[in-house]
Design a protein around this ligand. Sequence first.
Ligand SMILES: *Cc1c(COP(=O)(O)O)cnc(C)c1O
Length: 373
Amino acid sequence: MTHPSNMKYKIPVAEPLLGQEELELVADCVRSGWISSKGEYIGRFEEEFARCCGCKYGVAVHNGTVALHLALVALGVGPGDEVIVPDLTFIATANAVIYTGAKPVYVDVHPRYWCMDPEKVEERITDRTKAIIPVHLYGHPCDMDAIRDVAEDHGLYVVEDAAEAHGAEYKGRKVGSLSDVACFSFYGNKIITTGEGGMCVTDNEELAEKMRLLRNHGMDPNRRYWHIMVGFNYRMTNIQAAIGLAQLRKLDKFIEVKRRNARLYSSLLEDVEGIVLPPEEPWAKSVYWLYSILIEDDFGMSRDELMRFLEERGVETRPFFNPIHIMPPYRTGESFPITERLARTGINLPSSVKLTEEEIEYVANLIREAGKR
Ligand SMILES: *Cc1c(COP(=O)(O)O)cnc(C)c1O
């Protein structure tokens, strides 16, 4: 197989897989006229997605960022509060906290599995701390028992940021069911997609009701244009939900493919010097949203050189997220050494469910070749 260098990104990091099922349900929305935020697919998607997470209630919203914001507001997080988030995550986790008026407090990640380190959470707690947001990074779950123990000891809420981990498991239980409320994203590169989209899932009926109210301008469901709190328009459209419903039916298959692709990558890369393969703790079932490796000093070239080397050969990669605490609007002057090292050495390799075995072999062989230079 040849990948001429003038073809930019023949192999992308992530690509949605959409088909006839999505097309048919969307066509039904268009034909029926139910294209806005009323219509049968929204309730069905909420119900089926919540069930698939092992939760009672789902509240669909228009992206994962507002799902986090909605959950925090519904829990009463606001000005004067502090919320503990991992330093290594997508920026939306911290932004959602800032939107409420609360302050994000950063914590380092675990050196082995790259998610929030429960042992470091405790030392960040003050009498202003209200909640903890563990993030299941790149598809690997957090150590939720340990995080919940700390939260219980101090009377804090736990909000899972599960935007990258649909279907991942912790000790045999699905992520999304391991906290007060969990937030998912259905952005185009996520494990399943609705274009833009998100959902909050919970077992707490009162909280679900409050999120529904806030999602729809705080309008009393029994009295039109009577607003009992200051809410938002965070509604999902019927078209998004229709796509989501079709995607949801493929989730198990997608996860199977992602896990198989991860095994293939790992078997092809395990003997390459200077590479750290992605973790999977004994208590975890990762969904490998993005198959990720670390490029250490004894590899043949630097992480950034390897990214360029792959790009010139038609392979798109992504660097890990930057540590939040070093970026201008968030700067704290602190130091989180594990996050800093991972951010410097980590890359995400092509991980879409559309990848062929040959493409994975092509990428892995290029990395082996690069390591020998
Ligand atoms: C994608 C993502 C989000 C935000 O989701 P959007 O739908 O893009 O708003 C939040 N947190 C994490 C960890 C993410 O990866």
